[in-house]
Design a protein around this ligand. Sequence first.
Ligand code: SF4
Length: 229
Amino acid sequence: MANSIERCLESVLTAPLHCGQILVQETTTGHFVLSHRDDKPVDQLKVFRRAEDASNIAKYDDAGNYRPLKTAPNLRPGWRLELDTLEDLRRALDYFYPGRLAIFAAWKSGRLQTTVLRETLDRQSGMYRVAAKISDSQIDDLVADFCRSNGGCLRTILWKRDARATLTSTKLPDEKFDPNVDQAASGSPSAPTASTTSAATIPLLCQEACNLLIAECRKVVKGESALDL
Ligand code: SF4
């Protein structure tokens, strides 16, 4: 499995490469340098050299708050991660964005399956069972707010609202559902645009509503305020 993901990663590995808020650059000696894509220049940053360091970098935002959603656009800047091998690069990206490379590889090979939101809601149990009572219009508003790339989440939504393939939220721009669009495009995160720079992009794909969104659905049904990511 790891090898197939590395082969997929290698196939898109051009210099430079964007993955979420991360810039990946390959050195002339075949090593890799990762940094926050908004950090310039990269030679004045705190240097790390182990793939595992990515886990600590990704844990808290710049204000020291825990990041429950690793694909939220609040990865802290100020670091430079130097890695020797493609395996190290795969592992580091997996620490930054857990599971996203495997999902990307499955999508590239046409094997990715998505789950509609109503199905995800219907299989909840215990205290989350009530979340399935959320109305379509409430979903429209909640997803538009919670999953938006500007301040919410950088994933590209691939799942639909229900079995009739209803659009997840009519209040999100079409770009939010397009894997060819760089959701973290710098400068205007509220209006991401297709990658027009020379950098290739690995999209962070969302194949199924996450636990945090399900918890928000429950809050909406119960009339509680939404979680502030
Ligand atoms: S449901 Fe997907 S797009 Fe929405 S916040 Fe969760 S991971 Fe991000």
